[in-house]
Design a protein around this ligand. Structure first.
Ligand code: PLP
Length: 373
C-alpha cells in the first residue's frame, strides 16, 4: 500500500504510541484528582501543553486541549461571536467545513457572514475584509486542499483573527507569539499523533467564552475530563514534528516538486492548483482535464495507492471542491482532481510508483472517453 493522503490523516508515529501506552494502562488516574496517583497524569498533561506550545511559538498557558480541530474551530468562532458588539464575521471562502459550516450555522438577522474571495492562484483578493475593523475574521494559515498559505498576521492589527492551523502546524515554522491572532485551532492526527485530540490557542489576556461548559478543566476554556493518553500522544507528536520541521521544508518539498515536474512533463495540460502561490511543502493538488475523478481514484486504488480528490470531509459528497471553484479552476465533470499529500515518512519510491501508475491511468481514461464520445 502506498499512502499519499496525509492531509486527511497520518499514520501514528511508533514513538507517539509508546509515549501514550502507560496512560492507557497503568496511569489511568483523572488528572484533577487530589491523590499522589494522579500526579503523573497531571504532570504529563502539563508537559504536553509545553510541547504543543513549542511547535507553534506560543506559551504553554495559551494551549487548551479539545477533541480535535473541528471542536477548536467551533469553540473559537463561538467565543468571537459571543463578544458584545459583534455584528459581522468575515471568513475566506476556502475555509475548512468546520469553520465555514459553523459560520453559516450561526448566521442570522443579527449576524452578517461575509466570505472573502481568492484569485486563480489561491491568494486572497486584494482589499480589506468587508467587515468593520474590530469584527472577527477567520483565515486559515494554510489550505487543506491546495496548501496555499495566507498572510494571516497582516490582518491582526485591525481585526480579531481566528486562524485554522490544522494543516500548517508541523509543516511550516509558525510563531503565534508575535502574530497577533486571538485564537487558533490545532489537531494531532495530521502530525502523526492520535485522532480525537486537538487544541485551541487562546492569546494570553483574552477572556474566553467557552463552548463546552462543565468542570473547570483546561483553565475553564474547555470542560470535560482530559483525554490524558491522547494529550500525551499529541505532545510527543508535536515534539517530533518540530524536530523534523527542517526536512519538511527541504527533502519533502523537493520530493513534491520533483513529482509535479515529472507528471507535468507527461501530462502537459495538467494544472497544479496554487503552484504560483506560497504553498505548504507537502501538498500537490492536480487537475487533470479529460477524465473523471472517481474513475482515476479507482484505478489508482486498484494498485494500492491512496490519494484523494480533496478534503476528506467532502469526500463522498460528490461535489466539486469549493476551493477550486472559488479559484475559478475547472473542477467538476470533465476534469479529475487529485490531491497528493506527503508526510515526513514519504519516499521517492512511493512518488515514483504514483507517477508510474498515474500517467497510464490518465491515458487509459482519456482513450476510453474519446471512444465513447
Ligand atoms: N481544519 C482543517 C484545515 C483540516 O484539514 C481539518 C481536518 O481535515 C480540520 C480542521 C478538522 O480537524 P479534526 O479532524 O481534528 O476535527
Amino acid at each position: 500500500m502506498i499512502y499519499l493522503d496525509n492531509n486527511a490523516t497520518t499514520r501514528i508515529d511508533p514513538e507517539v504510541l509508546e509515549a501514550m501506552r502507560p496512560f492507557q494502562e497503568q496511569e489511568y488516574a483523572n488528572p484533577s484528582s487530589p491523590y499522589t496517583f494522579a500526579r503523573k497524569a497531571a504532570l504529563a498533561v502539563q508537559s504536553a501543553r509545553g510541547q504543543v506550545a513549542a511547535l507553534v511559538g506560543a506559551s504553554a498557558e495559551e494551549i487548551h486541549f479539545t477533541s480535535g480541530g473541528t471542536e477548536a474551530n467551533n469553540a473559537a468562532l463561538n467565543h468571537l461571536l459571543a463578544t458584545g458588539g459583534t455584528t459581522a464575521l468575515a471568513l475566506s471562502c476556502v475555509e475548512h467545513a468546520s469553520v465555514r459550516n459553523y459560520a453559516l450555522h450561526r448566521r442570522q438577522d443579527t449576524l452578517r457572514v461575509e466570505q472573502l474571495g481568492v484569485d486563480v492562484r489561491g491568494n486572497l483578493l486584494p482589499g480589506a475584509p468587508v467587515v468593520a475593523a474590530g469584527q472577527p475574521l477567520a483565515l486559515m494559515w494554510a489550505n487543506n486542499e491546495t496548501g496555499v498559505i495566507f498572510p494571516v498576521s497582516e490582518f491582526t492589527r485591525d481585526w480579531r483573527v481566528h486562524t485554522d492551523l490544522v494543516q500548517a502546524a508541523g509543516k511550516l515554522p509558525v510563531s503565534l507569539r508575535f502574530s497577533g491572532v486571538e485564537t487558533a485551532a490545532l489537531s494531532a492526527h495530521k502530525i502523526h499523533g492520535p485522532k480525537g485530540i486537538g487544541a485551541i490557542y487562546v492569546r494570553a489576556g483574552v477572556s474566553f467564552t467557552p463552548l463546552l461548559v462543565g468542570g473547570d478543566q483546561e483553565q475553564g476554556v474547555r470542560a470535560g475530563t482530559e483525554n490524558v493518553a491522547g494529550i500525551v500522544g499529541f505532545g510527543k507528536a508535536a515534539e517530533l514534528a518540530l524536530r523534523h520541521l527542517g526536512r519538511m521544508g527541504s527533502e519533502i518539498r523537493e520530493l513534491r516538486d520533483g513529482f509535479e515536474e515529472r507528471v507535468a512533463r507527461e501530462i502537459p495540460d495538467l494544472v497544479v492548483a496554487g503552484r504560483a502561490a506560497p504553498r505548504l511543502p507537502n501538498t500537490s493538488m492536480l487537475i487533470v482535464p479529460g477524465c473523471e475523478t472517481e474513475a482515476l481514484l479507482a484505478l489508482l486504488d486498484l494498485q494500492g495507492i491512496c490519494v484523494s480528490s480533496g478534503s476528506a470531509c467532502a469526500a463522498g459528497a460528490n461535489e466539486p471542491s469549493h476551493v477550486l471553484r472559488a479559484m475559478g479552476l475547472p473542477a467538476g465533470p470533465g476534469a479529475a482532481t487529485l490531491r497528493v499529500s506527503l508526510s515526513r515518512f514519504s519516499t521517492r519510491e512511493e512518488l515514483d510508483s504514483l507517477s508510474a501508475a498515474l500517467v497510464p491511468a490518465v491515458r487509459r481514461l482519456r482513450g476510453a472517453g474519446a471512444r465513447t464520445s
